[in-house]
Design a protein around this ligand. Structure first.
Ligand code: SF4
Length: 470
């Protein structure tokens, strides 16, 4: 049985590269490397050259999936890449991306971040058209739709496709002579454009990919917008009319995005620090030191400490080299999971009252183990503060939380969650405090995992393995 991490599973990372004079695969590789936190199950790169589109995918981290030789076997100055965590479809090489589809007029390779809520119906329809599916992911539905949609140009094709798709999709699409970046009308998942100083362009899920490759952040792809980059440069090729306000995922600010990325023109690190400051105002408590559960809780712990005047300390040291699919054959070893990842600094903790900041609580098992670990290290009191409201609902738009019943805050009051995690006190950030920290409003964000009110109607509990053979 694989080691089950208690953190929410990230979505996916996508990269698109257009380099007029250089090979695109290497820059794509480095872009994916910066986005590794968004998915660790599989990685893939596609490039286009005189022989058409070539794709290589493999299971594991980008550095496990690709070596120097693999990258050099992907010639061409246009490329896309994808790093995957499965939100629809199993963790299997058949579901690794980029995914190819060949239509009557166009061949595409596609990388997708998000989740399509009407994928089952669209897939049925495409099968009736005579199309064959090699994977069980919703992303192949989008690839087939794009390659087989009517229209002589991308504006017409995208009009057809974006009218049909419901859900979250930030896409990079490779054609024989261009790369496209496409973002759903709600703008649920992020997607940004960067400029390289050699005249090249990049599209990426997060701006940290630009920092790693030396690109300059230009702007975000707007909700409902599709941009194309080809020999004529970058331009908007389609803009879907928005029928409601965009609803970008607020959980990107809390947990998913890297702290050095810019989302909605704000540095994620600063938003997280502000979440900590809001938390200090909402849930003050007397203590000796504030510590964060690394890495997610660290910026909010710094913000809490600054606001409260209680010193900040690094009370937990993280081992960064623990894989996510480590085999844990029995319960005793599974319990070791958190101890393998985190080690308390006894000298800083012993005899102290601690305020411990984490970004979120999913099942609560990690937090309980952290509290137990800190008590064993001699903590006098452990006051847990969480930089998000209680997660009470699953996400249908690209983040893999467990089922509702497995969520610690499902059907439990805050006091009951406190008992579950065995803390001396527990305080969650309010929705209002979160919105203030991110500088947004309820009407302009997705908050569905806290409120249950999805920006897109979702009729049934979607199963991520819905397309697997029974
Ligand atoms: S439900 Fe939560 S995790 Fe999913 S898109 Fe909305 S805010 Fe993000």
């Amino acid at each position: 049985m694989p080691f089950v991490s208690d953190s929410p599973k990230e979505a996916c990372g996508v990269v698109g590269v257009y380099l007029p004079q250089e090979e695109a695969a290497r820059v794509t590789f480095f872009g994916l490397h910066a986005l590794q936190h968004r998915g660790q199950e599989s990685a893939g790169i596609a490039t286009v050259n005189g022989n058409g589109i070539e794709i290589r995918t493999a299971m594991g981290l980008i550095t496990q999936a690709f070596d120097e030789k693999d990258v050099s076997k992907l010639p061409g100055h246009i490329g896309i890449g994808h790093t995957r965590y499965s939100t629809t479809g199993s963790s299997d090489i058949c579901n690794a991306q980029p995914i190819r589809s060949v239509g009557p007029n166009v061949e595409v390779a596609l990388g997708h971040n998000g989740n399509i809520v009407n994928a089952a119906a669209l897939r049925e329809e495409l099968i009736e058209w005579g199309l064959h599916f090699d994977s069980t992911s919703d992303s192949e539905v989008i690839a087939h739709l794009l390659a087989n949609s009517p229209g002589e140009n991308w504006t017409d094709r995208l009009d057809h496709v974006m009218k049909r798709l419901r859900g979250a999709y930030s896409l990079v699409v490779l054609t024989n002579n261009a790369v496209l970046g496409i973002r759903d009308p709600l703008g649920v998942r992020p997607l940004s454009i960067g400029r390289l100083d050699n005249g090249g362009w990049m599209i990426a899920s997060e701006t940290c990919a630009f920092d790693q490759t030396g690109a300059e952040f230009v702007r975000e792809v707007q909700p409902g917008e599709a941009v194309i980059i080809d020999a004529n440069g970058l331009r908007t090729v389609y803009q879907r009319t928005l029928t409601r306000k965009p609803a970008p995922c607020i959980f990107e600010h809390i947990y998913i995005a890297r702290p050095d990325s810019i989302l909605d023109n704000k540095l994620v690190y600063n938003s997280r620090k502000l979440m900590g400051a809001e938390l200090a105002k909402e849930h003050p408590v007397a203590a000796d030191v504030v510590i964060g559960v690394p890495d997610g809780g660290t910026p909010a712990a710094v913000g809490y400490a600054e606001e409260s005047g209680i010193p900040y300390g690094e009370g937990l040291v993280k081992n960064r080299y623990v894989g996510r699919t480590f085999i844990m054959p029995d319960q005793r070893l599974r319990d070791m999971g958190v101890r393998m990842k985190l080690n308390p600094l006894q000298e800083l903790i012993e005899g102290k009252s601690l305020i411990v900041i984490d970004d979120s609580i999913v099942r609560g098992t990690t937090q309980r183990q952290v509290v137990q670990m800190l008590r064993r290290a001699g903590a006098k009191e452990v006051h847990l503060r969480i930089g998000s409201p209680p997660i009470q609902h699953p996400c249908y738009l690209g983040v893999d939380f467990p089922t509702r019943r497995e969520l610690a805050a499902f059907d439990r009051a805050v006091e009951e969650v406190r008992q579950l995690v065995e803390a001396d006190s527990l305080g969650y950030l309010s929705v209002e405090g979160l919105l203030r920290a991110v500088g947004t409003t309820e009407q302009q964000s997705c908050l569905a995992c806290f409120s249950g009110e999805s920006p897109i109607p979702v009729q049934l509990e979607m199963d991520k393995l819905a397309f697997e053979p029974q």
